[in-house]
Design a protein around this ligand. Structure first.
Ligand code: FAE
Length: 545
C-alpha cells in the first residue's frame, strides 16, 4: 500500500507563509504524482522553461531554501537546480527505505550501504543495494568521509532534526565580524520559526519508552557530575507521542533516520521550499547537476547543467544563463564549483581563499557498553532529544548528543555523537585528472577531537564502571572520527566572500550555505546556516537586486 509522508503541524509559521507553503506543498505533490523533475506552481513553471532565469540558486538545502523563499517573495523569477531527486514519490510501501532494511533508495549511486556505524560485534551490518539516486551520500576524501543529503531538501531529508542555536559567546568567537546582537534578536528567532522548531514535552520524556536510552545516558552523565540539556527539534514531537501511542504510522520510532523519514519530520520541502514555490516565482529542477560556471558577456553567469537519470547517467547537458547566481550546494558542492571555475579558468579572478577554512565541526562518534541492568530499550526514537553539555570545560569543551541505536532489540549500549572544539582546518585542491575538488585533511588533525571526547567519556565510564565499545566502527577503534555529518567551510564569510556572502571579484555571485562557516559551530549546524542565510539575504535584497 502507498503511504504519503505526513506533514508536521507548524503553528509558529506566519499565516502568509502558511498559505504559500500550502500552495507550494500541492505543487510538490502534483510534480511527484506526475513524475516531473520541474516543480513549480503554474505561472512559475511557464517562466522557467526558458533557458535563462533572473536568479538561479544551486542546491535545495538550508541556505538555498532561505535564498529562494526571499527571492520569490521579492518577485524575482528564480530557478533552483538540485542534483538529487524529489522525494514525494509514492514508490512501494513508503517514500524512503528504513534503516534496518535499506534498499536502493537509501544511498546515492552506491552498490553497498555505508552506515556510519559499520559493524555490531564486529559483524558488518552494511548490505548490497542497487545503484540508484538515493537520498544519503558519503563522499570519500582519503582520511575523511563526508555524509550529505541528496534530494529536494538537501541535508534536511536525512538529518537527525536537532535544531540547536549556538551559544552566543561561541558564535561571536567563530564569526566575530557578524553583529551577534542582530543575529540573536532577529535572525535566529526567524530561522527557528520558519523551520518549525519545537520542544519535547518534559513530562512525556520522563515516562515514554522511546527515550529510555536517553534517560539512561543522563543518569550515567549525572553520576560523573555532568549536565544534560534538552535539544529542540524539527521532528514533530506531538506526532512522535502519537507514534508511541500506536495512533499513527511509525517513523522516528520505526527505525527511520539517515535514509529519510516517511512521517513527522519538518524537512525543508515542508517548510521553506514549499513556501518558496508558493510565491509563484520559484521553480525547482530536480536531477539537475551543475557542472560548470562561466561569466557571460553581459556580466551575468552561464551554467553548464547535466540532467541525470535514476542511476546517475547523464541524459542531456544544457546551459542556463542568469543575472544573479547563488551557491547553496553545501560545503562540498559550492566549494568544488568555485574551485573548478578558478582552476579551469572560467572564473579566473577568484582568490586563494577559495577552498580554505574547512572543518568537521569536531565530530567524533563513540559507544559505551552498559551493565545488564541498565536497559536502553528495544524501542528508541531515531531523533535525539538530549545532549551532554560540557562546552564550558576549559580544556576539552564538548557538546555530545545522546544518539539512538534503533535496532528494535535491546543492545545494552549507549551511543554518542560528540561535537568538539577542534581548531584544525583542512583545505581543498582541484584535481584536473578527476575534475573534482579533493579535501586535504590528515587523520592526525582529528586527534584533538578524540582527546576531548575521551576526557569526557573516561569520566562517565569511571563513575559508572563501564567501558567503551570497540566493535562498532569496522575494526577495534573506540572513537570514530574518520567521518563527519557536519562539513563546514571552504568559502568562508569575510574571506572568500565579503561579510554578506558576496563572492570577491564577481558581482552578483553569492555563497549562501554551510561553506560560509569556518569549520565549527559548537552545536549541530543547520539553525546557524539558516539564520546566517536570512541575515545575508536581507542585506543582498536591499542593496543588490
Ligand atoms: P545541504 O543541506 O548539504 O544542501 C546542499 C544541496 O545541494 C544538496 O541537496 C545537494 O544534493 C545539492 N548539490 C550539491 N552539489 C550540487 C550541484 N553541483 N548541482 C546541483 N545540486 C547540488 O547544504 N545538522 C543539524 O543541525 N542537526 C542534526 O540533527 C543533523 N543531523 C545530521 C545527520 C546526518 C546523517 C547528516 C548527513 C547531516 C546532519 N546534519 C545535522 C547536518 C546538516 O544536515 C547540514 O549541516 C546541512 O544540511 C547543510 O546545509 P547546506 O545549506 O550547507
Amino acid at each position: 500500500m502507498s503511504t504519503a509522508r505526513t506533514e508536521g503541524n507548524i503553528a509558529a509559521m506566519p499565516s502568509s507563509l502558511s498559505r504559500r507553503r500550502f500552495l507550494g506543498y500541492s505543487a510538490l505533490g502534483s510534480a511527484a504524482a506526475l513524475g516531473l523533475t520541474t516543480i513549480g506552481v503554474p505561472s512559475a513553471s511557464a517562466a522557467a522553461r526558458r533557458d535563462s532565469a533572473r536568479a538561479v540558486v544551486i542546491g535545495t538545502g538550508y541556505g538555498a531554501a532561505v535564498t529562494a523563499l526571499r527571492l520569490g517573495e521579492a518577485g524575482i523569477q528564480t530557478v533552483m537546480l538540485e542534483m538529487g531527486r524529489l522525494w514525494e514519490t509514492h514508490a512501494g510501501d513508503n517514500v524512503f527505505s528504513g534503516m534496518l532494511k535499506p534498499d536502493k533508495r537509501s544511498m546515492w549511486l552506491k552498490e553497498r550501504t555505508q552506515m556510519p556505524l559499520a559493524s555490531f560485534l564486529w559483524i558488518d551490518i552494511n548490505r548490497k543495494i542497487e545503484r540508484y539516486t538515493g537520498v544519503l551520500d558519503r563522499v570519500d576524501h582519503g582520511d575523511m568521509s563526508v555524509y550529505v543529503g541528496r534530494g529536494v531538501g538537501g541535508g534536511s531529508l536525512v538529518n537527525g532534526a536537532m535544531a540547536v542555536t549556538p551559544r552566543r559567546s561561541y558564535f561571536e568567537e567563530i564569526l566575530p565580524q557578524v553583529d551577534a546582537a542582530e543575529m540573536y534578536r532577529t535572525y535566529f528567532p526567524m530561522a527557528n520559526a520558519a523551520l518549525g522548531v519545537n520542544d519535547i514535552d518534559p513530562d512525556w520524556f520522563e515516562t515514554c519508552s522511546s527515550y529510555q536510552y536517553a534517560r539512561v545516558s543522563r543518569k550515567h552523565a549525572a553520576k560523573a557530575g555532568l549536565d544534560t540539556t534538552f535539544v529542540p527539534s524539527v521532528y514533530d514531537f506531538d506526532y512522535m507521542k502519537r507514534e508511541e501511542a500506536g495512533e499513527v504510522p511509525r517513523s522516528a520510532l520505526g527505525g527511520e533516520v539517515i535514509y529519510g523519514n516517511n512521517h513527522g519530520k519538518r524537512s525543508l520541502d515542508k517548510t521553506y521550499l514549499a513556501a518558496a514555490l508558493g510565491t509563484g516565482n520559484v521553480t525547482i529542477r530536480s536531477l539537475h547537476e551543475v557542472k560548470a560556471i562561466r561569466r557571460a558577456e553581459d556580466g551575468g553567469y552561464v551554467l553548464t547543467v547535466d540532467r541525470l537519470d535514476d542511476t546517475g547517467g547523464v541524459t542531456a547537458t544544457t546551459e542556463l544563463a542568469t543575472r544573479y547566481l547563488f551557491l547553496g550546494a553545501g560545503s562540498l558542492g559550492s566549494t568544488e564549483l568555485l574551485l573548478r571555475a578558478r582552476d579551469t579558468g572560467t572564473l579566473p579572478d577568484l582568490g586563494a581563499e577559495v577552498g580554505q577554512g574547512w572543518g568537521t565541526n569536531g565530530n567524533v562518534m563513540l559507544g559505551r557498553a552498559n551493565h545488564v541492568w541498565d536497559l536502553t530499550g528495544a524501542l528508541q526514537s531515531g531523533m535525539p532529544a538530549l545532549g551532554i553539555d560540557a562546552w564550558d570545560d576549559p580544556v576539552h569543551p564538548v557538546f555530545a548528543e545522546i544518539a539512538p541505536m534503533p535496532a528494535g532489540v535491546e543492545l545494552w549500549a549507549s551511543l554518542y555523537l560528540a561535537i568538539t572544539k577542534n581548531p584544525e582546518r583542512g583545505h581543498f585542491t582541484y584535481d584536473h585528472a578527476t575534475d573534482s575538488a579533493r579535501l586535504r585533511w590528515r587523520a592526525e588533525q582529528g586527534q584533538g577531537s578524540i582527546d576531548s571526547a575521551k576526557a569526557l567519556f573516561d569520566r562517565v565510564n569511571r563513575a559508572n564502571r563501564t567501558i567503551y565499545r570497540s566493535d562498532l566502527f569496522g575494526d577495534t577503534r573506540k572513537f570514530e572520527n574518520r567521518f563527519t555529518y557536519h562539513p563546514l567551510g571552504g568559502l568562508v564569510l569575510g574571506e572568500a566572500t565579503d561579510n554578506y556572502g558576496r563572492v570577491r571579484g564577481y558581482p552578483n555571485l553569492y555563497v549562501t550555505d554551510g561553506s560560509l562557516i569556518p569549520g565549527s559551530t559548537g552545536v549541530n549546524p543547520f539553525v546557524t546556516i539558516t539564520a546566517l542565510a536570512e541575515r545575508n539575504m536581507d542585506r543582498i535584497l536591499a542593496e543588490d537586486l
